[in-house]
Design a protein around this ligand. Structure first.
Ligand SMILES: NC(=O)C1=CN([C@@H]2O[C@H](COP(=O)(O)OP(=O)(O)OC[C@H]3O[C@@H](n4cnc5c(N)ncnc54)[C@H](O)[C@@H]3O)[C@@H](O)[C@H]2O)[C@@H](O)CC1
Ligand SMILES: [K+]
Length: 511
């Protein structure tokens, strides 16, 4: 998906864009159907011309309409095509027109059986799927998957919900999915993306202008989203103006997590990082850290002192921290209005989140007050932690993150193989398909440190979360097999170097 457009469109936004585009076309939305079908047909010809034939499975909606047009194009070219239909399109629709133009036999979908060598063109349902598969569709999907049929899906594999990537009952395991105009969340979020096979995006002559009216609120994560705001250092800065991050450390037996977070914050460019240690772990932290400073911090008084003397902008609280009661006190201190000097931002992760299990409202109230005072809070749960503070929320990861950000009135980053970042205004960014190597202890601690570092250097919460997630994934990709969390901070320089070079090339081009 390199260089692909980043906007992800829901089914209803696609419909709006289609309607807008259709007003400028002689034959309205039917022209779009013909273009979509032409794109699919061209792909079949380019990739699968030597197949033993094509079984086009057509549903009753416009996805089926696309199928009838593909079948006509293929038959006119002399290819061996059979059409199997589930019901008939409603009269006076584009699909009905496409159906009427198919003048060869149509069989019932119930009759379809996988046959060796034949390609299945899935035109049963696309973005209009609205309930679980059942009956003949379910049977066809099950038969195709069991037989390992080569399936080319139009728009989306039947069974995948466009807006969420959820499987509705069952879904084709496609080899190729042809997406039209823009990707939908279902193409980039598991389990949907795992059913798509190779996703090929085809332009159907719809202008990007039509996106302007749509208020797109969901995007794929990529440097294009945040590189304009990336805080590269300048000559005029000194170490503290490059951002100072304070990382709360846990006791001696769980000191690794905070150290990972602190190292990542330093590697991601913060000018200064201080590890805030309980008295009983000071020596341990001091022995294991070099450029990261270590300060004792046991209570509100010491926090006040640290803020007054060292002016850190951002804190990380949670990695390896333990003690839930202490978390709640520190979070109330940091987010409340009583400190002499208030920090700009807090990244709350791991134990910092689970401490609020049982009374998450306390956290949300503090968050609201903090953001009311101009503060920035970022929550970075994985799904388990998420369930503890948002136990009643339901839906796909995309829906979960969105609802949580609205409720907590802060940026919520829901970690997973597809990470979703949502802000309270409803903007979402999806970091799709993180390298599997990242599923290792401590990798989340590294992520929270990178986010804090970028916040301390002046990025907004959504940009910092997006950039950090991207850097984190690229660092894992660069290291590859054998990755441990402590390898991640050390990979950041090479990832940043590449990002820096891209920016230099870009600036040169602009001159
Ligand atoms: N810009 C675009 O993206 C374009 C989209 N087009 C096509 O139009 C499709 C969307 O068309 P529609 O909105 O008509 O939606 P679909 O064709 O995906 O499906 C809608 C129909 O299926 C029925 N249905 C939904 N779920 C069902 C289930 N589980 N069991 C049985 N019936 C079910 C609905 O009642 C409705 O009749 C896209 O996926 C794409 O293939 C193209 O024709 C033109 C351009
Ligand atoms: K389909």
């Amino acid at each position: 998906m390199n260089d692909a457009p980043l906007e992800l469109l829901t089914a209803s936004k696609v419909k709006h864009a289609e309607q807008a585009a259709a007003t400028e076309l002689a034959d309205g939305t039917y022209t779009l159907m013909e273009r979509a079908s032409q794109a699919v047909y061209d792909l079949l010809l380019a990739r699968l011309a030597d197949a033993g034939g094509f079984d086009v499975l057509c549903g009753p909606g416009n996805n089926g309409g696309d199928g009838y047009v593909v079948a006509r194009l293929a038959a006119q070219a002399g290819l061996d095509v059979d059409v199997y239909a589930l019901g008939q399109p409603k009269p006076h629709t584009d699909a009905a027109r496409a159906f009427a133009a198919w003048d060869r036999p149509i069989r019932e979908l119930a009759e379809w059986e996988p046959r060796a060598g034949r390609v299945v063109v899935d035109a049963l349902f696309g973005s209009g799927i609205s309930r679980d598969l059942e009956g003949n569709v379910l049977a066809a999907v099950s038969r195709a998957n069991a037989a390992g049929s080569l399936v080319v899906a139009i728009d989306l594999p039947t069974g995948i919900e466009a807006d969420t990537g959820q499987v509705l009952g069952a879904a084709f395991e496609a080899a190729i999915t042809v997406s039209l105009f823009r990707y939908k969340p279902g193409h980039v979020m598991a389990p949907g993306r795992l059913h798509c096979g190779e996703v090929i995006l085809r332009d159907i002559g719809m202008d990007a202008r039509h996106l302007d009216q749509l208020q797109v609120d969901c995007r794929l994560n990529a440097p294009e989203l945040w590189q304009h705001a990336y805080p590269w250092p300048s000559q005029s800065q000194h170490k503290y103006s490059r951002g100072h991050v304070g990382v709360f450390g846990g006791g001696p037996m769980t000191s690794g997590a905070a150290r990972l977070s602190a190292m990542a914050a330093a590697r991601a460019g913060a000018g200064a990082v201080t590890l805030l240690s309980p008295a009983n772990a000071l020596l341990l932290y001091a022995m294991h850290l070099t450029s990261v400073m270590v300060t004792r911090l046991e209570d509100r008084h010491e926090l006040d002192e640290f803020l007054a003397k060292r002016h850190p902008q951002v804190f990380v609280l949670g990695p390896g921290f333990g003690a839930a009661d202490k978390v709640r006190v520190f979070v109330a201190d940091l987010l409340g209005a009583d400190l002499a000097i208030r920090p700009n931002a807090l990244v709350l992760d791991a134990d910092g989140l689970t401490a609020f299990e049982g009374d998450p409202q306390q956290l949300f109230d503090l968050a609201e007050a903090f953001s009311g005072n101009g503060g920035t809070l970022v929550l970075t749960p994985h799904l388990g932690e998420f369930r503890r503070i948002f136990p009643d929320l339901e839906g796909s990861p995309l829906e979960l993150a969105r609802q949580a950000a609205e409720r907590a009135k802060c940026v919520v980053l829901l970690k997973g193989s597809d990470t979703v970042i949502a802000d309270p205004a409803g903007q979402t960014v999806i970091n799709s398909a993180a390298p599997a190597w990242l599923a290792t202890a401590g990798s989340g601690d590294v992520l929270s440190g990178i986010i804090a570092s970028l916040l301390a250097q002046g990025m907004t919460a959504l940009d910092a979360a997006g950039a950090a997630t991207w850097l984190h994934a690229k660092a894992a990709e660069a290291f590859g097999p054998g990755l441990m969390a402590e390898d991640l901070p050390d990979q950041l320089p090479s990832v940043l170097r590449r990002l820096w070079r891209t920016r230099q090339d870009h600036l040169l081009k602009e001159r």
